[in-house]
Design a protein around this ligand. Structure first.
Ligand code: AMP
Length: 193
Protein backbone atom coordinates (compact mmCIF):
# COMPACT_ATOMS: atom_id res chain seq x y z
CA UNK A 1 0.00 0.00 0.00
CA UNK A 2 1.56 3.24 -1.15
CA UNK A 3 -1.24 5.65 -0.28
CA UNK A 4 -4.41 5.79 1.78
CA UNK A 5 -7.27 8.28 1.45
CA UNK A 6 -8.60 9.47 4.79
CA UNK A 7 -12.08 10.98 5.02
CA UNK A 8 -12.64 13.03 8.16
CA UNK A 9 -14.38 15.99 9.70
CA UNK A 10 -13.77 19.61 8.85
CA UNK A 11 -14.58 20.18 12.56
CA UNK A 12 -12.67 18.98 15.62
CA UNK A 13 -15.51 17.30 17.50
CA UNK A 14 -16.10 17.71 21.21
CA UNK A 15 -13.66 15.13 22.62
CA UNK A 16 -9.89 15.59 22.55
CA UNK A 17 -9.61 11.87 21.84
CA UNK A 18 -10.80 12.44 18.24
CA UNK A 19 -7.81 14.66 17.55
CA UNK A 20 -5.50 12.30 19.42
CA UNK A 21 -6.73 9.39 17.28
CA UNK A 22 -6.14 11.40 14.10
CA UNK A 23 -2.57 12.15 15.23
CA UNK A 24 -2.01 8.45 15.94
CA UNK A 25 -3.19 7.54 12.43
CA UNK A 26 -1.02 10.26 10.88
CA UNK A 27 2.05 9.04 12.77
CA UNK A 28 1.40 5.45 11.73
CA UNK A 29 0.97 6.34 8.04
CA UNK A 30 4.28 8.23 8.10
CA UNK A 31 6.00 5.38 9.98
CA UNK A 32 4.86 2.88 7.35
CA UNK A 33 5.83 5.20 4.46
CA UNK A 34 2.20 5.47 3.29
CA UNK A 35 1.22 8.77 1.60
CA UNK A 36 -1.88 10.46 3.01
CA UNK A 37 -4.47 11.49 0.41
CA UNK A 38 -7.11 13.78 1.88
CA UNK A 39 -9.35 16.79 1.27
CA UNK A 40 -6.56 19.39 1.47
CA UNK A 41 -7.99 21.51 4.29
CA UNK A 42 -6.18 22.91 7.32
CA UNK A 43 -9.29 22.91 9.51
CA UNK A 44 -10.70 20.28 11.90
CA UNK A 45 -9.63 16.65 12.01
CA UNK A 46 -8.59 17.06 8.36
CA UNK A 47 -5.86 19.52 9.31
CA UNK A 48 -4.86 17.44 12.34
CA UNK A 49 -4.19 14.24 10.41
CA UNK A 50 -2.26 16.12 7.69
CA UNK A 51 -0.11 17.96 10.27
CA UNK A 52 0.68 14.69 12.06
CA UNK A 53 1.89 13.00 8.86
CA UNK A 54 4.03 16.03 7.90
CA UNK A 55 5.49 16.35 11.41
CA UNK A 56 6.51 12.69 11.30
CA UNK A 57 8.26 13.19 7.97
CA UNK A 58 5.58 11.63 5.75
CA UNK A 59 3.98 12.75 2.49
CA UNK A 60 0.55 14.37 2.13
CA UNK A 61 -1.43 15.02 -1.04
CA UNK A 62 -4.49 17.27 -0.66
CA UNK A 63 -7.31 17.45 -3.18
CA UNK A 64 -9.52 20.50 -2.80
CA UNK A 65 -12.18 22.06 -5.03
CA UNK A 66 -11.70 25.74 -5.96
CA UNK A 67 -14.97 26.65 -4.21
CA UNK A 68 -13.61 25.35 -0.86
CA UNK A 69 -10.07 26.67 -1.10
CA UNK A 70 -10.90 29.66 1.11
CA UNK A 71 -13.77 28.22 3.14
CA UNK A 72 -11.88 25.14 4.35
CA UNK A 73 -8.57 27.10 4.27
CA UNK A 74 -6.35 24.96 2.07
CA UNK A 75 -3.31 23.63 3.91
CA UNK A 76 -0.22 25.71 3.00
CA UNK A 77 2.51 23.12 3.60
CA UNK A 78 1.46 19.94 1.83
CA UNK A 79 3.75 17.80 -0.30
CA UNK A 80 1.24 18.47 -3.09
CA UNK A 81 -2.06 20.34 -3.31
CA UNK A 82 -4.29 19.42 -6.24
CA UNK A 83 -7.00 21.98 -7.03
CA UNK A 84 -10.02 20.59 -8.85
CA UNK A 85 -13.21 22.10 -10.27
CA UNK A 86 -15.90 20.26 -8.33
CA UNK A 87 -16.74 18.04 -5.35
CA UNK A 88 -17.26 15.15 -7.76
CA UNK A 89 -13.80 15.62 -9.24
CA UNK A 90 -12.34 15.71 -5.73
CA UNK A 91 -13.77 12.30 -4.86
CA UNK A 92 -12.79 10.84 -8.24
CA UNK A 93 -9.20 12.04 -7.86
CA UNK A 94 -8.94 10.80 -4.26
CA UNK A 95 -10.34 7.41 -5.28
CA UNK A 96 -7.84 7.10 -8.14
CA UNK A 97 -4.83 8.09 -6.04
CA UNK A 98 -5.52 5.87 -3.02
CA UNK A 99 -4.93 2.15 -2.47
CA UNK A 100 -7.45 2.08 0.40
CA UNK A 101 -9.85 4.29 2.34
CA UNK A 102 -10.25 5.13 6.03
CA UNK A 103 -13.00 7.12 7.74
CA UNK A 104 -11.98 9.04 10.86
CA UNK A 105 -14.62 10.79 12.98
CA UNK A 106 -16.50 13.34 10.90
CA UNK A 107 -19.91 14.62 9.84
CA UNK A 108 -22.15 14.20 6.80
CA UNK A 109 -19.34 15.05 4.34
CA UNK A 110 -17.17 12.28 5.78
CA UNK A 111 -20.00 9.76 5.60
CA UNK A 112 -20.90 10.79 2.06
CA UNK A 113 -17.33 10.20 0.92
CA UNK A 114 -17.03 6.91 2.82
CA UNK A 115 -20.36 5.55 1.54
CA UNK A 116 -19.43 6.33 -2.03
CA UNK A 117 -16.23 4.27 -1.92
CA UNK A 118 -18.01 1.54 0.06
CA UNK A 119 -20.83 1.24 -2.50
CA UNK A 120 -18.37 1.41 -5.41
CA UNK A 121 -16.56 -1.53 -3.78
CA UNK A 122 -19.85 -3.46 -3.66
CA UNK A 123 -20.38 -2.79 -7.36
CA UNK A 124 -16.85 -3.91 -8.22
CA UNK A 125 -15.80 -0.46 -9.50
CA UNK A 126 -12.67 -0.80 -7.36
CA UNK A 127 -11.09 -3.60 -5.31
CA UNK A 128 -9.60 -1.46 -2.55
CA UNK A 129 -10.14 -1.93 1.22
CA UNK A 130 -12.46 0.42 3.15
CA UNK A 131 -12.18 0.82 6.91
CA UNK A 132 -13.59 2.73 9.83
CA UNK A 133 -11.19 3.93 12.51
CA UNK A 134 -13.59 3.78 15.43
CA UNK A 135 -11.93 6.27 17.75
CA UNK A 136 -13.50 6.43 21.20
CA UNK A 137 -16.63 4.54 20.01
CA UNK A 138 -17.60 7.41 17.68
CA UNK A 139 -18.91 5.01 15.03
CA UNK A 140 -20.61 2.47 17.34
CA UNK A 141 -24.08 3.58 16.21
CA UNK A 142 -23.15 3.37 12.54
CA UNK A 143 -21.65 -0.10 13.02
CA UNK A 144 -24.83 -1.18 14.83
CA UNK A 145 -26.85 0.21 11.93
CA UNK A 146 -24.78 -1.78 9.43
CA UNK A 147 -25.64 -4.89 11.47
CA UNK A 148 -29.31 -3.93 11.45
CA UNK A 149 -29.22 -3.42 7.64
CA UNK A 150 -27.74 -6.91 7.38
CA UNK A 151 -30.40 -8.44 9.66
CA UNK A 152 -33.12 -6.71 7.63
CA UNK A 153 -31.52 -8.14 4.47
CA UNK A 154 -30.56 -4.84 2.87
CA UNK A 155 -26.84 -5.59 3.21
CA UNK A 156 -25.42 -8.97 2.29
CA UNK A 157 -23.06 -10.79 4.70
CA UNK A 158 -20.08 -10.44 2.36
CA UNK A 159 -20.49 -6.64 2.33
CA UNK A 160 -21.06 -6.38 6.06
CA UNK A 161 -17.54 -7.71 6.58
CA UNK A 162 -16.20 -5.55 3.74
CA UNK A 163 -16.16 -2.46 5.97
CA UNK A 164 -13.26 -3.22 8.30
CA UNK A 165 -13.40 -1.69 11.75
CA UNK A 166 -10.72 -1.14 14.38
CA UNK A 167 -9.90 1.45 17.00
CA UNK A 168 -6.16 1.12 16.38
CA UNK A 169 -4.57 2.46 13.16
CA UNK A 170 -1.81 -0.18 12.94
CA UNK A 171 -4.36 -3.00 13.35
CA UNK A 172 -6.65 -1.48 10.72
CA UNK A 173 -3.78 -1.16 8.22
CA UNK A 174 -2.82 -4.78 8.96
CA UNK A 175 -6.41 -5.85 8.18
CA UNK A 176 -6.16 -3.92 4.88
CA UNK A 177 -3.17 -6.05 3.87
CA UNK A 178 -5.19 -9.26 4.15
CA UNK A 179 -8.26 -7.83 2.37
CA UNK A 180 -9.81 -9.98 -0.34
CA UNK A 181 -12.46 -8.14 -2.37
CA UNK A 182 -15.88 -9.80 -2.21
CA UNK A 183 -17.62 -10.91 -5.37
CA UNK A 184 -19.59 -8.24 -7.24
CA UNK A 185 -23.09 -7.47 -6.09
CA UNK A 186 -25.81 -9.21 -8.06
CA UNK A 187 -29.56 -8.88 -7.75
CA UNK A 188 -32.20 -11.59 -7.50
CA UNK A 189 -35.40 -10.83 -9.35
CA UNK A 190 -38.33 -12.20 -7.42
CA UNK A 191 -41.15 -13.74 -9.40
CA UNK A 192 -44.18 -11.45 -9.51
CA UNK A 193 -47.34 -13.03 -8.13
P1 AMP B 1 -17.71 16.96 7.28
O1 AMP B 1 -17.49 15.54 7.69
O2 AMP B 1 -19.15 17.27 7.01
O3 AMP B 1 -17.06 17.96 8.18
O4 AMP B 1 -17.01 17.12 5.86
C1 AMP B 1 -15.72 16.63 5.68
C2 AMP B 1 -15.22 16.89 4.29
O5 AMP B 1 -16.11 16.32 3.33
C3 AMP B 1 -15.13 18.37 3.94
O6 AMP B 1 -13.91 18.59 3.25
C4 AMP B 1 -16.27 18.58 2.98
O7 AMP B 1 -15.98 19.60 2.05
C5 AMP B 1 -16.33 17.25 2.28
N1 AMP B 1 -17.62 17.00 1.64
C6 AMP B 1 -18.86 17.30 2.09
N2 AMP B 1 -19.80 16.92 1.23
C7 AMP B 1 -19.15 16.37 0.16
C8 AMP B 1 -19.55 15.81 -1.10
N3 AMP B 1 -20.83 15.72 -1.43
N4 AMP B 1 -18.57 15.35 -1.92
C9 AMP B 1 -17.27 15.46 -1.59
N5 AMP B 1 -16.83 15.97 -0.43
C10 AMP B 1 -17.74 16.43 0.43
Amino acid sequence: MKSIAVFCGSSNGILSTYKEGAVKLGNELARQGITLIYGGASVGIMGTVADAVLKSGGKVVGVIPKMLEDREISHPNLTELIIVDSMHERKKKMTELADGFIALPGGPGTLEEFFEVFTWGQLGLHQKPCGILNIDHYYDLLIAFFEYMNKQQFLQDKYLSMAMVDSDPANLLEKFRTFTPPSIKTYIKESQT
